[in-house]
Each structure stands twice: as C-alpha cells, then as structure tokens.
Design a protein around this ligand. Structure first.
Ligand SMILES: Nc1ncnc2c1ncn2[C@@H]1O[C@H](COP(=O)(O)OP(=O)(O)OP(=O)(O)O)[C@@H](O)[C@H]1O
Length: 274
C-alpha cells in the first residue's frame, strides 16, 4: 500500500511519515457566525480518516478550506508538505492535481457521457495525450470504480444513484491522486449499495495507496472502514481517534451519536464482519 511509494512535496523532498494534511488553528467565520475556532487536524499517510459532526458543524467548510476553495480567516493548512493557503498558482495547481474529490452530489456534467466526464481532468492536465489513450485511461478508471465497461458511453441520467457515485469516483481517480476527498459518499444509497461502496473505498485504498479524507454521517461506514475518526463539535476538533476510543468520550453529542441504538447496530455489524 502507501508505504511502497515515496511521497514527494512540490519541490521533490521526501515527505517521509509527515501527515499529508496538517491543519492548525483554523478559524472560519461567516459574518457573526464562527464555524471554526482553532481547528487542529492531521491526516496521516495511507489512512482513511472519517470526519463526523452534527449538521452545520463545519465539515464541508473544513474540506473546502483544505482544498483551497475557501480562504480561512486564520490558521495554517499544509497539504503534501506545502502551504495550502499559498497564493502561488503553481502550488495551488500541484495540490489540485494530487487531490481527487467526490462531492456530495457527484457533480458530474449531465450533458457529457461518463467517459467524457472522466476525461475532463485528463484533458485539462494532459492535453497532449492522444484521444484513444485518454479513452483507454477513462475505461480503466471506470472499471476500477466497479462499473461495467459499457457505462463509458452512458449519460449520468441513464445510471442509478449508486452507479453515478461510482462514475464520479472514477473521475476523482482520473489523475491517480494520492489524496481522495469524499463528502458523504454513501448518502442516498440503500444499505447494500452503501456497504458495497465502503468496500470499494477500502479496496482502492489498499490497491492504490490512497489517503482518504471522508465526511460521513453513516455509522456503518465509520465502523467498517475508518482507521480514525475526527469529531467536529463546539467549533473545534474535539478528538481524533479510532472509533472504539471515541465511544468513551465525555461529550453530549458524542455520547448520543456513538452510544445510540444505531451506533450499536453498526458496531455489531462490523464485529460480525471481522
Ligand atoms: N458560503 C457560506 N456563506 C455563509 N455561511 C456558510 C457558507 N458556507 C457554509 N456556511 C455555514 O457554515 C456552517 C457550516 O456549514 P457546513 O456545510 O460546513 O456544515 P456541515 O457540517 O458540512 O453540515 P451538513 O452535515 O449538514 O452537511 C453552516 O451553518 C453553514 O450555514
């Protein structure tokens, strides 16, 4: 997995065991509303890090800040050993190039086929690639995401919700990014589809050595595939730990979330699968 490859920063330095994402003292405000007030977070190389928190706790704003889609009010974010808040377009492009993102709604272009969607990043970053090779690469990613080959010529509207997620995942993986960001990937999927998607993420992490930042409300996903889970509450990351350790955290939201009947059911399922 990840250990087999040397991860390098923009200037070619070996990142070693340094976290691939490091957030310190992050502050995000919208007018009077303070969403983050001193958020600290590390995402370690090769891990699947789950991010949980109540609705409106700032999970998506955190992801958008890390991706450079929102400029925080204060703090520091390093991605792949680089200052992610840098205005240098070359640094921005390097981070973008190395980050695959699956947004909550999939965000596929509805007028393009699945194959054309997957080729969008390839065209942007490698315009010189012959079309036939781009098509082959798109097909590879589509199969990697668990779709049948004939999905390549279909429009997103011709696919089921689960297949659309897989198509969006294929596009997120188009450039072989070391970092994968997933915003509620199993939302809207039935339990069987959600469990299959979880297993796909696990398989891809192993096969491709991915480091995964995963926002989710899905307790089954947390128990099934996350190495550690960060809890966003009270405008901070309360704790980052394996899910079993979080169950004992003395905080009302955490207690309700991790010790409620749904969490117990998810835990029992995960133990049954071990
Ligand atoms: N562009 C914006 N302008 C104003 N307020 C915003 C903006 N983006 C986010 N917010 C506010 O920031 C807070 C955090 O939003 P965010 O989308 O990160 O929450 P979340 O934890 O992802 O929630 P959910 O689980 O419901 O998706 C919310 O109160 C939201 O209204």
């Amino acid at each position: 997995m990840a250990g087999a490859t040397v991860m390098r920063s923009f200037d070619g330095a070996d990142l070693g065991d340094a976290p691939l994402i490091r957030v310190r003292g992050l502050v995000n405000r919208f007018g009077e509303q303070v969403v983050h007030d001193g958020v600290d977070l590390d995402v370690r190389r090769g891990e699947i890090l789950g991010v949980v928190g109540g609705s409106g706790s700032g999970k998506s704003v955190l992801m958008r800040s890390i991706l450079g889609l929102r400029r925080p009010n204060a703090g520091r974010i390093d991605v792949l050993g680089m200052d992610a808040m840098s205005a240098d377009p070359a640094v921005r492009r390097h981070i973008e190039r190395n980050s695959g993102v699956l947004f909550q709604d999939g965000a596929l272009f509805s007028s393009l086929t699945v194959g054309e969607n997957v080729q969008v990043p390839l065209k942007e970053y490698y315009p010189e690639l012959p079309e036939s090779l781009r098509y082959e690469l798109a097909l590879l990613k589509i199969k990697l995401a668990g779709l049948p080959a004939d999905a390549i010529d279909k429009l997103p509207s011709q696919l089921s919700g689960g297949m659309r997620k897989r198509a969006a995942l294929a596009r997120a993986l188009a450039l072989d990014p070391p970092l994968l960001f997933l915003d509620e990937p199993t939302a809207g999927l039935d339990p069987i589809g959600a469990a299959a998607f979880d297993q796909l993420i696990l398989t891809l992490r192993r096969a491709l050595g991915l480091t995964v930042f995963l926002i989710t409300h899905d307790l089954d996903t947390l128990y099934a595939i996350c190495d550690r889970v960060a809890v966003l509450a009270d405008r901070k990351v309360l704790a980052t730990a394996p899910v079993a350790e979080l169950e004992t955290l003395d905080h009302p939201w955490v207690q309700e979330y991790f010790n409620g009947p749904r969490a117990r059911a998810a835990q029992a399922t995960a133990e049954g699968n071990d």
